[in-house]
Write a protein that binds this ligand. Structure first.
Ligand code: NDP
Ligand code: HSE
Length: 429
């Protein structure tokens, strides 16, 4: 057992960072035994130095993160500030000064993961980020390491705790959107700017990271098709219920049937109540991974919150410290397949479309013809009349997304279609 401690710089001491510091202190003996050397919190960089931080020695607190990294004795940096800058520059500075990095920053990894991996490799150091995807759930490491000998073809899951919390509350208690978002924010689930959660950017960043790992290619945030959940209404939930479904914000990553490309998307979707993802409640996340040899695997657990996320950060800290002591590094980026990411139009899926139409002879035929003209086959149609108008709900068979969106565009132009009330994809059947 080495007695000289490994020195850790903690960048950020908010929802996640404060829990990381707490567990490092309360579990110090166990961490020492598991790593083979003590770990010492050498400094804590924050924005507001005067804020009272329970359990943190005020002498460790600084607003000068760069000076902390440059003092020359830091072995590992934990970055839990979030956002692009100053996190990116600080991580680069950490590598330049010989420190391995543990980060929970999905936004940065989705945008600049390749450059950060290259910097880590150049300096012979580690970059670990289990906490960046799905909170406490061990997912990045199992996909990167345990499934490294298999071929992953599809990943589908709920990877944002805030939006799952909101959708669950809207569905189960009839709570309003804002009320549910406020509760998720108070519980520490939401990002600093919750737009990242509700507009799907956070899930898209996680989707980009997972797609890169799953398919051994480079997928950036811009490659991921994204729709948020702010438009999901109580009428959508009522419609989903009539179909035996609920609504979830899903991340879906697929290898094309010919194996020559991949797709990555995030959007709300109806899924059958019998699907395991339908019973994922509150801020929990769950991810299905379909691999050629392993078959279907499901990873499930708390997807957000200080303590669950700190668990993933601490797991990475132990791994990175062990590597330091062994003078080794863990696996870096694997992007050798260089598979291109196809556009959303090529994804094959099903639509649930809710139309407000005139209630008169020939309207149904006109609508059906529009679907046929775009090569989209109808599965079910439900019509409900109301004062000379009717509400028409059409569920399609599987078709390319481009054909489905072309159909909707044409429907909007029909005189007899007063409006398209909602469009939602149907998954998991
Ligand atoms: P918080 O906003 O709670 O904490 C951010 C911390 O960074 C604060 O301590 C803040 O200081 C500090 N900070 C901000 N700017 C600077 C700066 N320029 N220099 C030094 N410190 C700075 O965020 P979270 O803890 O919620 O999230 C941190 C990271 O973890 C993000 O990347 C997030 O996406 C990720 N994450 C969060 C999860 C969650 O459930 N919250 C789950 C999984 C990942 P001060 O305290 O003085 O304001
Ligand atoms: N805001 C994120 C979420 C935190 O709600 O999932 C976890 O990454």
């Amino acid at each position: 057992m080495r007695t000289r401690p490994l020195k850790v710089a903690l960048l950020g001491c908010g929802v996640v960072g404060s829990e990381v510091a707490r567990i490092m202190t309360t579990h110090a003996d166990d961490l020492t035994a598991r790593i083979g050397a003590p770990v010492e919190l050498a400094g804590v960089a924050v924005r507001r130095p005067s804020k009272v931080r329970e359990g943190i020695d005020p002498a460790l607190v600084t607003t000068d993160a760069t000076a902390l990294l440059k003092r020359g004795d830091i072995d590992v940096v934990i970055e839990v500030i979030g956002g692009i800058e100053p996190a990116r520059t600080l991580i680069t500075t950490a590598f330049e000064n010989g420190a391995s990095v543990v980060s929970a920053n999905k936004a940065l990894l989705a945008q600049d993961g390749a450059a950060l991996h290259a910097a880590a490799e150049q300096h012979g150091l580690d970059l670990y980020y289990e906490a960046a995807v799905a909170g406490a759930i061990p997912l990045v490491r199992p996909m990167r390491e345990s499934l490294a000998g298999d071929k992953i073809n599809r990943v589908m899951g709920i990877v944002n705790g805030t939006t799952n919390f909101i959708l669950d509350k809207m569905d189960s208690t009839g709570a309003g959107y804002q009320e549910a978002l406020d509760e998720a924010t108070a519980l520490g689930y939401a990002e600093a700017d919750p737009t990242a959660d509700v507009e799907g950017y956070d899930a898209a960043a996680k989707a980009a990271i997972l797609a890169g790992i799953a398919f051994h290619t480079r997928v950036r945030l811009d490659d991921v098709y994204r729709e948020g959940m702010t438009e999901v209404s109580s009428a959508d939930f009522a419609s989903a219920k009539r179909m035996g479904c609920t609504i979830k914000l899903l991340a879906i990553l697929e290898r094309a049937a010919d194996g020559q490309s991949v797709t990555a998307r995030v959007h709300p979707a109806m899924i059958p109540l019998t699907h395991p993802l339908a019973s994922v409640r509150e801020a929990y996340n769950a991810v299905f991974v379909e691999a050629e040899a392993a078959g279907r695997l499901m990873f499930y657990g708390p997807g957000a919150g200080g303590s669950p996320t700190a668990s993933a950060v601490l797991g990475d800290l132990v791994a990175v410290c062990r590597n330091k002591l062994a003078e080794a590094t863990g696996p870096g980026e694997s992007a050798y397949t260089q598979l291109p990411v196809s556009a959303m139009g090529e994804v094959v899926t099903r639509y649930h479309i809710s139309l407000d139409v005139a209630d008169k002879p020939g309207v149904l035929a006109q609508v059906a013809t529009t679907f046929a003209e775009h090569g989209v086959s109808i599965d079910t149609v439900r019509q409900q009349g109301k004062d000379g108008e009717a509400s028409l709900v059409v569920v399609t068979h599987r078709a390319p997304d481009a054909a489905l969106s072309g159909t909707v565009e044409a429907l909007r132009k029909l005189d007899t279609v007063r409006g398209v009330a909602s469009i939602m994809r149907v998954e998991g059947e």
